[in-house]
Design a protein around this ligand. Structure first.
Ligand code: ADP
Ligand code: MG
Length: 237
């Protein structure tokens, strides 16, 4: 296995506020990597730093061995990195179809975009059925599916997901993770940040606990799920 993402000793934050104090994570190609940790521990900041929305003050981010620490998000999208932020990750006033078309913008050619759109509709019939509806009228779960599909338009190699299960009912979370697992089986690597961690840990090949901007623990998802300390501190007993 080769490592597709390496975050090495990254320090990052907002202006003078340092949030990450030397965080390191790794994702091998084809893995689902999960990062859990309490609210405010720096999970979203880590994903923003990997995607280039904020730049690390120290440390490096390597993508397929290449230093991308200081590159802009658009360039990272072009290299095959997709980022789905926490919460507002679709355009509610646009239709489902328009949202997907926007996801395809980096493909430039309208025929290529149309082809990608048809592929997506095949894999996500629920979106085809709703393609003329405003995205804002979808249920929370459908919106999350749309966000995943929208990011899939450009066939990324690495997907960064910030709390994909936030605010969703357990059954819907189950469905979202089935989708994630299916995309992963097709070869896409995931780095997923979650506060509600059980489901994510079940899917994870590798998992990290982040706390107060530093690495606390690293193990397989399975083992962290059964770790007494993790259960007590991060999974609500
Ligand atoms: N835009 C921002 N400006 C200043 N501080 C921020 C900003 N966003 C987040 N923070 C702070 O960074 C810390 C980590 O936040 P975040 O990365 O969102 O944590 P998590 O995603 O684990 O809940 C928190 O203390 C938060 O208040
Ligand atoms: Mg967050």
């Amino acid at each position: 296995m080769t490592s597709i993402l390496e975050v090495q000793n990254v320090y990052s934050g907002y202006g003078k506020i340092e949030v990450l104090h030397g965080v390191s994570i790794q994702a091998d190609s084809g893995e689902i990597v999960c990062i859990i940790g309490p609210n405010g521990s720096g999970k979203s900041t880590l994903l923003k730093t990997i995607f280039g929305l904020i730049k690390p003050k120290r440390g490096v981010v390597l993508f397929s061995g290449r230093d991308i620490s200081l590159k802009e998000p658009e360039e990272k999208v072009g290299m095959g990195i997709a980022y789905i932020p926490q919460g507002k990750n679709i355009f509610p006033s646009l239709t489902v179809r328009e949202n997907l078309e926007m996801g395809g913008t980096p493909l430039h050619d309208s025929r290529v975009i149309e082809k990608a759109l048809q592929d997506i509709f095949q894999r996500y019939p629920v979106l085809e059925k709703r393609m003329k509806m405003k995205a804002g009228s979808l249920s929370g779960g459908e919106r999350q599916v749309l966000a995943l599909a929208r990011a899939s338009m450009v066939q990324p190699k690495l997907m960064l997901l910030d709390e994909p299960s936030l605010g969703l009912a357990p059954k819907v979370i189950e469905e979202i993770y089935e989708r994630i697992n299916a995309i992963n089986h097709a070869g896409v690597t995931f780095v997923i940040v979650e506060q509600n961690a059980r489901k994510a840990l079940k899917s994870a090949h590798r998992a990290y606990v982040l706390d107060l901007g530093i690495n606390r623990l690293e193990d397989t998802g399975e083992r962290l799920l059964n770790n007494e300390e993790v259960k007590r501190l991060y999974l609500g007993g």
